[in-house]
Design a protein around this ligand. Structure first.
Ligand SMILES: Cc1ncc(COP(=O)(O)O)c(C=O)c1O
Length: 365
């Protein structure tokens, strides 16, 4: 008897999106808490202390199911952003929202346009939906090439992904570029505008996605509490779009994919301005520290509008990452993004950054 196929054949060509594990011998050398992780763009300050207290209290209610539409967080965000609550959709991080987006909108064979060297889950989800992808290279400065993307869009195109600031490069496109891009696009085109790092952006010409909800009918912004608000482990993401689209997205959401510990933590994090100010300041100082320490090196450090840097060196990225790991630092080699000589490094605390600079100097000398 032939065995039944467990999953369709085309699944086999879809990359598995998982971070590589840390080798046992490295874990033994440094102990579980002895490694410095600068690979995941987390906020090293940790969550707001006020959020932590509220979350500890909320744990006592863990025997209850959460409220599925996160009404309390919805109210907080709608007040903060000055939009009606039916503009908001929630998910277990942006990761899950991206699944909602592709389940809600992409049919097999739909034409989808995206960039290469960007957040890998856009393409993974497209592949699960059997979309027909056009992939456009970043420009020579590793910036989203909106002109080239626009050339790929036809009246048949269903959806386009934009990531600003881009992961893994940290680069951004300007408000002027986005304004031009959005002119004369097919009316029904869905534009997904991923702003996972927007709270860190401080360039005067960095666009605010909120300005485009009125201008373009199917504009969808994705945001997260994982990065700036330091709640990556609790998985709270949201998207902002017109109510008709919210309905489609809520339709495909599983009932309890968010939990109320994350919900109360997110609400308190939004309120705690002293903590958000600390995070902002730490990132500004960390950016300056990187530029001061590394500019004199024979390496290329790309300008960033996020909480990480892309750094190109003369070494192979896998080799460099493994040498840094031997010294106790985890960074992300960009080999799987097709950039063989670059690593992505999260801006850590001043002490972590200093340790990274010293380790990098050792490896490169
Ligand atoms: C650009 C971008 N979008 C989305 C995500 C996923 O974020 P979340 O933790 O909310 O799932 C990440 C995470 O690294 C990211 O870099």
């Amino acid at each position: 008897m032939t065995e039944k196929k467990l999953s369709p054949n085309y699944y086999q060509n879809i990359p598995v999106y998982r971070p590589k594990g840390i080798p046992q011998k490295i874990l033994q050398k440094f102990g579980i808490n002895g490694l410095i992780n600068l690979a995941s763009n987390e906020n090293p300050l940790g969550p707001s202390p006020k959020a932590l207290l509220i979350m500890q209290e909320a744990l006592k209610k863990s025997f209850l199911y959460p409220e599925p539409l996160l009404k309390k967080l919805s109210k907080s965000l709608s007040d903060k952003l000055n939009i009606p609550e039916n503009y908001l959709h929630f998910g277990n991080g942006i990761e899950e929202i991206l699944v909602h987006l592709s389940n809600a909108f992409i049919h097999s064979g739909d034409h989808v346009v995206l960039s290469n060297m960007t957040f890998p889950l856009y393409s993974n989800n497209n592949k699960f939906r059997q979309a027909n992808e056009s992939i456009v290279p970043l420009d020579s400065n590793f910036i989203y090439d909106l002109k080239a993307i626009k050339k790929e869009i036809t009246t048949e195109t269903k959806l386009v992904y934009l990531c600003n600031s881009n992961n893994p490069t940290g680069t951004y496109f300007t408000k002027e570029a986005l304004d031009k891009f959005l002119l004369s696009l097919p009316e029904d085109l869905i534009v997904i505008y991923d702003e996972a790092y927007f709270e860190y952006a401080d360039a005067p010409d960095y666009p605010d996605g909120m300005d485009y909800l009125k201008k373009h009918k199917n504009f969808i912004i994705t945001r997260t509490f994982s990065k700036f608000y330091a709640l990556a482990g609790l998985r709270v993401g949201y998207s902002i779009q017109r109510p008709k689209l919210t309905e489609c997205l809520d339709h495909v959401k599983s009932l309890y994919s968010n939990n109320f510990i994350g919900e109360v933590g997110a609400i308190e994090s939004l309120k705690d301005q002293s903590h958000t100010q600390k995070t902002k300041q730490m990132n500004i100082e960390g950016k300056a520290q990187f530029l001061k320490e590394l500019n004199s090196f024979d390496i290329k450090i790309h300008p960033t509008q996020a909480n990480f840097f892309m750094i190109q060196t003369s070494l192979d990225a896998l080799d460099l990452s493994s040498q840094l790991l031997n010294q106790g630092i985890i960074v992300c080699p960009l080999t799987t993004f097709g950039i063989k000589d670059a690593i992505r490094v999260t801006i850590g605390t001043s002490k972590e950054n200093e340790f990274f600079f010293q380790s990098l100097k050792k490896v490169l000398s």
